[in-house]
Design a protein around this ligand. Sequence first.
Ligand SMILES: C[S@@+](CC[C@H](N)C(=O)[O-])C[C@H]1O[C@@H](n2cnc3c(N)ncnc32)[C@H](O)[C@@H]1O
Length: 448
Amino acid sequence: MPDTSKPTRNIALSDTMLASAHNVQAVSAGKSLSDSLAATPPALRASAQAVSFHVMRRLGLVRAIRGIMVRRTPPNPLFDALLLVSLALLDAAIEHADADAGGPELRHTPVYAVHTVVDQAVRAASGVPRMRSYKALLNATLRGYIRERSAILAQLREDPVALHNHPQWWIERLRQAYPGQWRAILAAADVPGPMTLRVNIRRSSVDGMLRELEAAGMPAAHVGGEAITLLHPRPVQEIPGFEQGWWSVQDAAAQQAAMLLPLAPGMRVLDACAAPGGKTAHILERADVELVALDNDAARLERIGQNLRRLGLDGPSVTLACADAADPEAWWDGRGFDAVLADVPCTGSGVVRRHPDIRWLRRDADLGKTAALQRRIADALWGVLKPGGHLLYATCSIFPQEGEQQAQGFCSRHADALRLPAPGQMLPLPDGMGSHDGFFYALFAKKG
Ligand SMILES: C[S@@+](CC[C@H](N)C(=O)[O-])C[C@H]1O[C@@H](n2cnc3c(N)ncnc32)[C@H](O)[C@@H]1O
């Protein structure tokens, strides 16, 4: 979901705050923000997305502030979530007021006036019968924060979770893996990713698309391959050519997959963890191949079909199958593949700037389980690859346990695997229009 939403001024902030509180409550209960936003009333979705994303990017801080200011958290999870939403907006409002007075400039943050946040928070609580009794507590907490902000932030100066807005285990893992870059990586998760398009070269061209964007008044730059980054994200329907299948939204790092996999006409290609089909479509745009796309999630598999139809890429050379990639006996017909893409399930730690809830949903223990599944899938797929064929291992993670350690382990388990040059770990650091998500790629050839 591109981060194109802006708070809409003609929607009552109290309604947006309440909708955002429902989203924050859902994430605290372990549900994904995308799923929760899908259930938000359509009129409120854009503004609730902007506010909920902001809260996710400040959740470590506002939970710590709440811990200092409210001695006993009220046993009403919706109220607690509304308190966190209110504190996140209030902190941005005060920071913004300070910026007007020469403080740091705030970007990518929904900003309202300080008194508006307090009034609208109390109004949001008034609208829900089971929250009315907490109105006084909410009002007092917010007004107290306005008075005591400097002292409270001073108390939190040594609290890494409040400072970096990621869980402690996550911070620790990045600190160990990237001693010189961990702070910059964590800070980059605060900045929404750019909107990058992948031009469908069967229906358009990079130059043609750049001209269309220029004519539509949308400044953009070619950032390599088929990738074009817009200076300012826009809703997809406003960009020329979406229905006509001229392009798809896809991060520049994700676009590397189809470029790294050696492809030639007539090859038999397996995209083993394919849904929703971003890389499947890119492969089919670049080469006339016979392709099998697998995913073990039937609902997500359906989205591959929808995407291929919009792009004009569906046809008899493409087979979609719902199956476990780690269990080829259940789906493989015994004919070897020339190329296999293993875009394995992962923690998603490289795409936190686009899905800011991920950091709060994952647990340290998930990493070991995910790495074990990745290992099983990659090992099983090696068996369906022809001698002389290539397997590209990919994850949108920045944890070495899912990347470099997997690649090294794979080589040590498969004597017939030759590791070829590939980008390895790509870090999601700021790079202007060239900025990309965190990704890992390792390419292996099967000795013939
Ligand atoms: C990183 S996503 C793939 C993204 C996709 N390649 C794209 O570019 O649009 C990983 C996918 O693996 C699927 N998956 C998870 N476990 C699987 C398994 N055992 N076998 C096949 N697919 C699996 C998930 O449903 C998810 O769609």
